[in-house]
Design a protein around this ligand. Structure first.
Ligand code: 5CA
Length: 452
């Protein structure tokens, strides 16, 4: 993409109402525009990041055997009356009437709708196990939307629902979600810690939240520092292997890690040596729930078992805050000059800065570099504007592409360009070909296999 033809409305001033770094940088880098409290347009740069996250979520869900689909944002009130949640949900639910006076709502989550789909089409244990998910906009009329996309009213969420014949199968589904989530966050360059949590309005017995440690997080968390050493890396996981999946969950849930809702100081002190006890703040980027027959029973989602009995299915629901993650990643990856994208989620793989726009040789070298990167499947943002070098560098630092290639007449005379890491600030001179090669190597582990 050539910056001269892109839409990147960068702001010079710090927006007055943005209290935390991610909100400030998302506004300044032209990623989002607020349209109403807690409701945002995703401008081109922000939209690219959102799509990258969405792709990672899809890839990891499909890898775990979960099936993508799409449900509407608007739901009929009657469905929610069946589960009893229409009245329970309270003011957070946005209620709407159509021209015929029919009551609808903008979905805050989809347990009822997916249960309705299930009961219409599934009848037998032979069709289980089944896990369906979608990534769709949600609306919750939060009393205090704040911190930009972190606590929005309209937000983008992955929500998945498992249907299983009994408790044991449903717990395997729960574990599968935990492992696929760990892998998802890791690919986004984040460490998210599963913590025992409270189930709130979704209900249920077993639930874990996933928290990214950040000073600006809304939750207070308590954990054993040993948990921060855990990594999945490129471990190959067989999601059909119950013991393997349960084993990974045990590894991640054995060290003490709880939010303030479930924290128990006495257990913390007894289980964790003092030097490993940590209290910090965290951003909740996902939550998984097992709730058994809470929805299937009142809504009549029944299957016939092998012995011919009719039983309600065991269910759970599993959510990832995709739009919130954009903010969480920035909270965990920035400095005073701007964002520092992890390679797995960056909106462009590299920036090209032309130090002498209009100079035929420099322009030609930039064009060749741009084409060379593209030929290797790398997306560059080429700053081809007639601007001072300082302004170009400031923009690149603000928008946070992990790698910058600087091209100028002085370097070209020696046959080199400069490759700079946004994270370390270190630069290295090399030929343009070598820079392309280096970037191809760096990004090789971050190549996904698009699901669609
Ligand atoms: N039905 C269940 C699981 S699909 C559910 O709705 N879970 S949830 O309430 O925990 O939401 C899932 C995730 O969405 C949260 O972990 C959080 O990351 C994100 N989320 C929730 N509310 C908001 C909000 N107001 N703004 C941005 N993200 C949010």
């Amino acid at each position: 993409m050539r910056l001269s033809r892109y839409f990147l409305p960068v702001l010079k001033e710090n927006p007055a109402d943005a209290q935390i770094a991610s909100h400030r940088f998302m506004l300044r880098a032209g990623m989002i525009k607020q349209q109403q409290a807690g409701i945002y347009s995703w401008l081109p740069l922000g939209f690219r990041v959102l799509r990258k996250l969405e792709n990672i979520v899809h890839e990891e869900q499909v890898r775990a055997g979960h099936i993508p689909m799409l449900m509407p944002t608007l739901q009929p009130a009657d469905l929610w009356r069946e589960s009893g949640r229409y009245d329970d949900y309270g003011e957070e639910m946005l209620r709407i009437k159509d021209r015929h006076g029919r009551e609808m709502l903008y979905g805050p989550t989809n347990e009822e709708m997916i249960t309705d789909i299930f009961r219409a089409h599934v009848n037998s244990y032979k069709d289980l196990p089944l896990t369906l998910y979608h990534i769709q906009w949600k609306f919750r009329d939060e009393i205090r939307p704040r911190f930009g996309v972190m606590r929005g009213r309209e937000f983008f969420m992955k929500d998945g629902y498992n249907f299983d014949i009994d408790y044991e199968h449903a717990i395997h589904a729960y574990n599968r979600h935990m492992v696929s989530y760990l892998r998802t966050y890791e690919r986004m360059g984040l460490q998210a810690i599963p913590m025992r949590a409270d189930s709130g309005p979704i209900g249920g017995d077993d639930t874990h939240e996933f928290l990214v440690l950040a000073e600006t997080g809304e939750s207070e968390v308590f954990y054993d520092s040993a948990i921060t050493d855990l990594k999945l890396g490129d471990r190959v996981i067989d999601y059909d292997d119950w013991d393997e999946v349960a084993g990974i969950c045990r590894e991640w849930t054995t060290p003490y890690a709880r939010t303030d809702e479930t924290h128990d100081e006495a257990v913390f002190a007894a289980e964790v040596p003092e030097e490993r006890r940590r209290s910090a703040r965290g951003i909740e980027v996902g939550q998984i729930f097992y709730f058994g027959t809470k929805y299937s029973e009142p809504m009549g989602a029944m299957v016939t078992t092998e012995s011919g009995e009719r039983v309600p299915v065991h269910m759970g629901s599993h959510g990832i805050g995709v739009s919130r993650l954009v903010g969480a990643i920035i909270e965990a990856n920035h400095d005073e000059n701007g964002i520092i994208w992890p390679e797995g989620v960056t909106p462009f793989h590299a920036g090209i800065v032309n130090l002498r726009q209009g100079d035929a040789a420099t322009d030609a070298a930039c064009e060749a570099l741009y084409a060379g990167l593209k030929a290797r499947g790398l997306e560059a943002l080429y700053d081809d504007r007639e601007e001072r070098a300082g302004a170009k560098f400031a923009t690149m630092d603000l928008i946070g592409l992990p790698w910058r290639i600087t091209v100028g007449p002085r370097g070209l005379a020696k046959g080199v360009v400069e490759l700079t890491s946004r994270r370390s600030g270190e630069s290295e001179e090399m030929s343009a070909e070598a820079a392309i090669e280096r970037l191809a190597e760096i990004y090789a582990p971050h190549r996904g296999t698009p699901v669609f």
